[in-house]
Design a protein around this ligand. Structure first.
Ligand SMILES: C[S@@+](CC[C@H](N)C(=O)[O-])C[C@H]1O[C@@H](n2cnc3c(N)ncnc32)[C@H](O)[C@@H]1O
Length: 260
């Protein structure tokens, strides 16, 4: 099968989908259906809700959504590097954000586990230090486990005393029962993804193209995609671009006029 990738390359991928290979794990068929959901009045789809993410999750019906994103406000990298002038001459926007403790991140993950349908996915953005030091205890007691990892090459030169950061990591978690067949329907997403964000509305803005592909892989048109700490609402843009609905919030409304 020939595919044109997001970067315009012509790739030979997996064999054409036929009735025979539909039965294998590379099928482009998704058999999972999401039940219709009744939303409380305060959860307005496809808008930028301003509220606490844990409160938001508590209003969603149990087992109601196939896909969630979580991009916690980590302090890890900045604390480790202790650059000294954070919040003064530099990084004003970043240091003004609400930071999340590991305990709070665990609560977000528990809330997401509660609202995901069986075999639903959580895409958890991760920084280098947590990735190396371990984060498995964050989803203790949930029905989630790690099934994949995608490296985002931001194509921007970041900070670092030794190597300079150009990447971030998206850990793919799936709720029990964990399987790809009949659930994950796009099979040409590279696990190293090059994408430069077009705008800098938020210091931690994530790639809309990659998030859109991930959404399309694990949901059906019209399904709800959630993000309880949405920042610039890049996940909303990704979801809408793929014909999905979005529900999500942030504690803060970002003012893009503040310089980074
Ligand atoms: C890393 S940023 C998310 C960036 C986002 N993924 C994007 O593409 O723009 C994390 C966000 O979590 C928000 N946040 C922190 N604590 C929160 C809470 N309790 N409820 C909702 N949002 C929260 C911060 O305001 C921040 O915008």
């Amino acid at each position: 099968m020939k595919k044109i990738t997001s970067t315009g390359e012509n790739l030979t991928l997996f064999p054409e989908t036929t009735d025979t290979c539909k039965k294998n794990v590379f099928s482009t068929e998704r058999t999972v259906q999401t039940p219709a959901i009744d939303l409380p009045d305060l959860l307005i789809p496809n808008t930028r809700l301003k509220m606490d993410g844990l409160q938001f999750l508590s209003h969603l019906p149990v087992e109601s959504v196939p896909v969630a994103f979580l991009d916690p406000q980590y302090r890890g990298v900045l604390d480790k590097m202790n650059y000294g002038n954070e919040g003064k001459s530099r990084e004003k926007r970043r240091s003004a954000l609400m930071q999340m403790s590991e305990e709070l991140i665990g609560k977000f993950i528990q809330g997401i586990d509660n609202v995901l349908i069986p075999s639903g996915h959580l895409f958890l953005w991760m920084d280098k230090f947590h990735l190396c030091q371990g984060f498995k205890n964050w989803f203790d007691g949930t029905q989630l486990d790690i099934v994949d990892l995608i490296v985002w090459n931001k194509d921007r030169f970041g900070m670092g005393y030794r190597s300079r950061r150009v990447s971030e990591y998206c850990v793919v978690l799936q709720k029990y029962p964990r399987k790809a067949k009949g659930v994950w329907k796009i099979h040409n997403i590279r696990d190293v993804w090059l994408e430069r964000t077009k705008t800098r509305e938020h210091p931690h803005q994530k790639p809309i193209g990659l998030q859109g592909e991930l959404i399309a892989a694990v949901s059906n048109e019209g399904d709800y995609v959630i993000d309880p700490a949405a920042g610039s609402f890049s996940v909303m843009e990704a979801a809408l671009s793929k014909g999905r609905n979005f529900l999500g919030c942030d504690l803060i409304e970002y003012n893009s006029s503040i310089k980074m």
